[in-house]
Design a protein around this ligand. Sequence first.
Ligand SMILES: [Zn+2]
Length: 470
Amino acid sequence: MSLRLHNTLTGTKDVFEPITRGHVGMYTCGPTVWNFAHVGNLRAFLFYDLVRRHLKVSGYAVEHVMNLTDIDDRILDQAMHAGITIGEYVKPYVAAFFEDMAALRTQQAEHYPRATEHIPEMVEMISELIEHEYAYVADGDVYFRIASFPSYGALSRLDRSGLKPGARVATDKYDKESVSDFALWKKAQPGDEKLGAAWDAPFGRGRPGWHIECSAMSKRYLGETLDIHAGGVDLMFPHHENEIAQSEAANHKQFARFWLHSEHLADATGEKMSKSAGGFTTLRDLSEAGYDPVAVRFFLMAGAHYRSRLRLSDEALRAAAEQVRRLREFADRVRRSTPGPVEDGALLKRIGEVRAGYREALDDDLNLPQGVGLVFELAREANAALDAGRVGESGREALLQLIGDFDAHLDVIRVEEPGLAEEVERLIAEREAARKERDFSRSDGIRDELRQKGIALEDSKDGVRWRRVR
Ligand SMILES: [Zn+2]
């Protein structure tokens, strides 16, 4: 059994092996922090989480880098209107991004480099590209010369006939040699200084383009060749093509061995969700509409295979919330169950098959929806067996392992109720005090109050313990 991932570069499912045995370097394009993250971007971020978690399940140590684009035209515009620096402008959106990631239970990446904190690395790479004539300066801006990189467009299977150089466009305000050449560096404009958006460079004061940041920061943290580079499919062209061109021209090495792309999130009519289409939905919007972020997580991760379009709708979100509820109920029931008198051999065998099938689905290009489908089928059978007392010690243990298997990716089982533990501990202490004073009506009252909160108390030799009951 080996992990196979659909590699955009080859167009096939390839067996995954990292360069360094047991260790994976993964770079994923992160948010542009000009606003709250859009739910379509969240789908990509949860896809990264799925890749990361399955690599860990597969036994790899993962070094994951996710950049934060904290400088771009929109950020400059907004900061200028607000009369503050770009650093001040992005601050709340950076915080909001990490809040969203925590609410959605994504595992923390090892590094979250910010573009404005890596200008020297970008300047160095741009200088290298200019020196070897992959890039040129035109009126203070620096452009990558597409004509110098013959394999440009290989990732997205671009038809290069439209990219022929020489077609210098007279109306082009930037004096590019070719329309398709892209900016590595933008000359400082009046006003950029006040925004804190200009830096010195040998080729002139200015600020970096968007594409160069990923090439420079991935190299800084992960070296010249990445095991995996992932992103949303909308980034494939031109962003990822440009990253490849910059990195491979500068480093003379393959940039990324596996390119993984997640599909769009669509609205209920099947159209790609975008701000211009009025479909700008954030996690905050969904929370206000009453959806638990954990249900949103389940929907975005398991609602469809990552390479298929997924439609966001109220029905789909409600269905996801219901599926999370069922998984939690199942896990809760198995955990609380005491082994029955009979061990059902056929059920034991089935659990083994489902665990293997789940793993095989994930190993087959991260097919989480298929794996989850197997789990739901088995949960029905296991519930019937629990009803009949046919789940013995081994059966219970195997079910707990299966729950661990799927929750290693989904992470939906644990229920967080902020402040609950503190509240329960406080009431237990109050009840103990009442018992010492032989105020039994008060201590019984507290026990009833806790029971109404779904908490049962157990007296043990280590003192009073509590557990959640339904
Ligand atoms: Zn990128």
